[in-house]
Design a protein around this ligand. Structure first.
Ligand SMILES: NC(=O)c1ccc[n+]([C@@H]2O[C@H](COP(=O)([O-])OP(=O)(O)OC[C@H]3O[C@@H](n4cnc5c(N)ncnc54)[C@H](OP(=O)(O)O)[C@@H]3O)[C@@H](O)[C@H]2O)c1
Length: 248
């Protein structure tokens, strides 16, 4: 079974749909109970023979206590966790000179510390039960391009990629593979204000060889690949999914 944090919206919902369609049981962790219930109801209607019912777990991934509780609730329901997508996150478009320490800390806690806490808690379970597992984070092109007014977000996501490489080596002996998906510009509620800005939208489309923004369904196949044995020799990798943006 798979855990998807931030699985009730955008990229996380795409990941959750792909996993459910492929036959996995999925637990979606997010703060909003109603949004969790909505995606769970959608997932329960998707194909996938032999899987258990999907579930929503209310969890704020910036809170250690919530992650410990959510892990416990998920294990109580499913008995084991095979893969975990630490996908919940969000940005802050403050220019450096107007970024307070509180804002910086909030973004780093949401985009980096949450991944550490989620992976640590779930890896504890995986190591204890034996048999390995898969940990996957959602990274961003902010880690390879200089993005103005995204210093805290880009720094946090860069930390995620470094964390993934470090854990890939540390946890390999336990059969736990650790990778990240580096997403380009994707049409989700997070980027809605940017998409609504015509000049920005056009710049992204012209700058992307495949001439469009990414969409949540684009993440379904890669999620299934990384959560399955098809990727059994892959660890410590950051896979770009950006329509060619970063090679143009
Ligand atoms: N869209 C892009 O262009 C893009 C590009 C690169 C990387 N990303 C990354 O992709 C991931 C998903 O973003 P998205 O674009 O799909 O945004 P989104 O549609 O706004 O989804 C964000 C998700 O994160 C959850 N979340 C936010 N804060 C949380 C918290 N404190 N605790 C638990 N869950 C929380 C939200 O659920 P609740 O509100 O219910 O908690 C929601 O499910 C993020 O890590 C983002 O940085 C996005």
């Amino acid at each position: 079974m798979s855990v998807v944090t931030g699985g009730n919206s955008g990229i996380g919902a795409g990941i959750a749909r792909g996993l459910a369609r492929s036959g996995a049981s999925v637990a979606v962790w997010g703060r909003r109970e109603d949004a969790n219930a909505e995606i769970v109801s959608e997932l329960s209607r998707l194909g996938g023979e032999g899987r258990g019912e999907p579930a929503g777990v209310v969890c704020d991934v910036t809170l250690e206590g919530d992650i410990v509780r959510a892990t416990g609730e998920t294990l109580e329901r499913y008995g084991r966790i095979d893969s975990c997508f630490a996908n919940a996150g969000g940005g802050d478009l403050s220019p450096l000179l107007h970024t307070s320490l509180e804002q910086w800390d909030r973004v780093v806690r949401l985009d980096l510390t949450s991944v550490f806490l989620t992976f640590r808690e779930i890896a504890r379970h995986m190591v204890e039960r034996g048999g390995g597992g898969r940990l996957i984070a959602t990274s961003s092109i902010g880690t390879i391009f200089g993005m103005p007014r995204q210093s805290s977000y880009s720094a946090a996501k860069g930390g995620v990629d470094a964390l993934v490489r470090s854990l890939a080596v540390e946890l390999a002996r336990d059969g736990i593979r650790v990778n990240s998906i580096l997403a380009g510009w994707v049409d989700t509620p997070m980027t809605a204000p940017l998409l609504a800005w015509e000049k920005f939208d056009q710049t992204i489309v012209h700058r992307t060889p495949l001439r469009r923004w990414g969409r949540p369904p684009d993440f379904e196949g890669l999620a299934v690949y990384l959560a399955s044995e098809a990727s059994e020799f892959m660890t410590g990798e950051t896979i770009r999914l950006d329509g060619g943006y970063s090679v143009f």
